[in-house]
Design a binder for this molecule. Structure first.
Ligand code: NAP
Length: 416
C-alpha cells in the first residue's frame, strides 16, 4: 500500500473520489476536475469501492472490472490516480478505514477532501465513526441537475450542529450522466458513446458488461461474513442458530421456486429476519419512536410483533439493505399478509420449517407442503399460527386473518 501511495506523500491537499464506478463516466471525470480546480488540490485519487457496507443487497459488477475501467478513464490526466486500497481490503468497505490509512502516509498537515454523490450525505450519520471521519476530511457533496438542494442544505446544517464538520456542496451539470442510465443503455443496445471515455466504452463492449443478469453477481459485494459476525453479537446463541437454519431453508426454497437473484435475496432476508428480536423491549419501543415507525394499534398491543417492523428498519439502517423486497420480507415474516411476494412467502415459511427448530405438531406437514406448493404451505402455516396464538389467549393480528382468508380463497379457486 505504501508504494501505491508513494506519489502522494508530499501533496498538501488531496481529493478522494469515492464511488462504485459501475461504470465510471464523464460526469465523474468532470466532477473530479471541477473539485480539483475549486479547492486547488494537488491530486485526485479515484477509489473504487470494494465490498460497500451500504450495498450488501445490490448487484454490482466485479471489482476488477470496475477498477480497470477507472484506470482506463483516468490515465490521460496526470493529476488523477486510482487506488486499489478498498478493493484489496478484506471485509466490508468503510470510508473511515480508507481515510485513516491515507492519513498515515501523507504529510501531517495534508488537507483531504472526500467527493461523493449528495445522496451519501443524507446517510452519513449512519456511516462508521461519522464524527471522527468528519474531523479527518472535508466532504464535497456533488449533485446532478434537478436535485432537491433544500433537503440537502438542511441535512448539512443538522450535521454541522451535531459535529464540527466541513461539508461543501457543488452542482455539476455533467452529472446528468449516470451509471445506472449507462447500464440500462448497454443492456438495451442503445448508444453509450460520448457518455464515457472511448476506452471504457471499448472495455464494456469487449467484456460484454451489463448485457444480462449473469454479469451482476451479488456475491461480489455482499459481505456475508461481516453480516454474520454482526448478527452473532446482536443475537442470543439459540436465535443465531435459528437464523442460520432460516438462511439455509430460504435458499433451498428459492432455488426451487425462484431465480439465482431470488436465492441471494432469500439468503440475506433469512439472515436478517430476526435482527432486532433480541433487542430489549424498551429499546425496541424507543427505536420505533426515534425512527418514527408507524405501528398500528394491534402491533402495539402485541410486543412480539414489533421486532419485524423494527427489524426491517434496522436492516436498512445498520445493514444498509435498500432492496424493498428484502425489507418487506423481514417486515411481514411474523404476520404474513395477503398477496405476499415470492420472497415474503419464502421467509415466512422458512421461519416455520427451518431444520434447527425443535419438532412440533404440524412441522412435517408444513415441510411437505412447502416443497409441493408455497401457497398451500402459507395456508397451513397461517391457520396453525393463528390457532396457536388464540390458544395462548392472545388475539391474532388482523392482517394474519386477512392473509389466511386470501390464501384459503386462492386454494379454493385453484381447486375449481
Ligand atoms: P452510490 O450509492 O453508488 O451513489 C449514489 C449516487 O451518487 C449515485 O447517483 C451516483 O451516481 C452518485 N455518486 C456516487 N459517488 C459519486 C462521485 N464520487 N461523484 C459523483 N457522483 C457520485 O454511492 P457509492 O458510489 O457507492 O458511494 C460513494 C462513496 O461513499 C464510496 O466511496 C463509498 O465507499 C462511500 N460510502 C461509505 C460508507 C461507509 O463508510 N459506511 C457508506 C456509504 C458510502 P453514479 O451512479 O452515476 O456514480
Amino acid at each position: 500500500m505504501l508504494n501505491e501511495f508513494a506519489g502522494f506523500q508530499n501533496c498538501k491537499s488531496i481529493a478522494i473520489m469515492g464511488g462504485t464506478f459501475d461504470p465510471i463516466h464523464n460526469g465523474h471525470l468532470v466532477t473530479a476536475e471541477a473539485v480539483r480546480h475549486r479547492f486547488n488540490v494537488d491530486k485526485v485519487i479515484f477509489i473504487p469501492t470494494g465490498r460497500p457496507a451500504h450495498k450488501m443487497n445490490q448487484t454490482v459488477t466485479h471489482h476488477e472490472h470496475r477498477y480497470l475501467m477507472t484506470v482506463l478513464a483516468t490515465m490521460r490526466n496526470d493529476n488523477f490516480d486510482v487506488s486499489r486500497i478498498e478493493i484489496d481490503r478484506e471485509g466490508t468497505t468503510y470510508t473511515i478505514d480508507t481515510i485513516t490509512e491515507l492519513k498515515k502516509i501523507c504529510r501531517p498537515d495534508v488537507r483531504l477532501y472526500f467527493i461523493t454523490g449528495a445522496d451519501a450525505i443524507h446517510q452519513i450519520m449512519h456511516w462508521k465513526e461519522p464524527e471522527r471521519l468528519m474531523s479527518l476530511c472535508d466532504f464535497v457533496a456533488v449533485t446532478r441537475p434537478g436535485y432537491d438542494k433544500k433537503k440537502l442544505l438542511s441535512d448539512i446544517k443538522n450535521i454541522k450542529e451535531k459535529f464540527p464538520s466541513r461539508i461543501h456542496f457543488m452542482e455539476v451539470p455533467a452529472l446528468a450522466i449516470s451509471s445506472s442510465d449507462i447500464r440500462m443503455r448497454a443492456k438495451e443496445d442503445a448508444p453509450i458513446k460520448y457518455l464515457l471515455p472511448q476506452a471504457v466504452v471499448d472495455y464494456i463492449h469487449k467484456f460484454e458488461l451489463y448485457q444480462n443478469e449473469e454479469d451482476l453477481d451479488m456475491s461480489n459485494t455482499i459481505n456475508l461474513e461481516s453480516m454474520k459476525e454482526k448478527l452473532q453479537s446482536a443475537l442470543q446463541i439459540k436465535r443465531y442458530i435459528h437464523t442460520l437454519g432460516v438462511e439455509s431453508e430460504a435458499m433451498k426454497l428459492a432455488e426451487i421456486y425462484g431465480t439465482k437473484q431470488d436465492k441471494q435475496k432469500a439468503q440475506i432476508a433469512g439472515l436478517l429476519h430476526d435482527c432486532a428480536k433480541d433487542y430489549p423491549r424498551d429499546l425496541q419501543q424507543r427505536l420505533c419512536k426515534e425512527y418514527k415507525l408507524a405501528l398500528d394499534e394491534d402491533t402495539i398491543r402485541t410486543p412480539q410483533l414489533i421486532h419485524a417492523v423494527l427489524g426491517a428498519e434496522i436492516a436498512k439502517r445498520e445493514y444498509q439493505i435498500t432492496d424493498t423486497t428484502i425489507l418487506d420480507a423481514i417486515r411481514y415474516h411474523t404476520t404474513g399478509r395477503p398477496h405476499m411476494s415470492l420472497l415474503e412467502k419464502i421467509i415466512y415459511i422458512a421461519d416455520y420449517i427451518e431444520p434447527n427448530r425443535e419438532k412440533f405438531d404440524g412441522i412435517e406437514e408444513a415441510r411437505r407442503l412447502a416443497y409441493l406448493d408455497l401457497d398451500l404451505a402459507m395456508c397451513f402455516i397461517l391457520a396453525d399460527t393463528i390457532n396457536y396464538v388464540k390458544e395462548q389467549g392472545r388475539k391474532p393480528h388482523p392482517i394474519s386473518e386477512e392473509a389466511l382468508q386470501y390464501y384459503k380463497q386462492y386454494q379454493e379457486d385453484s381447486n375449481e
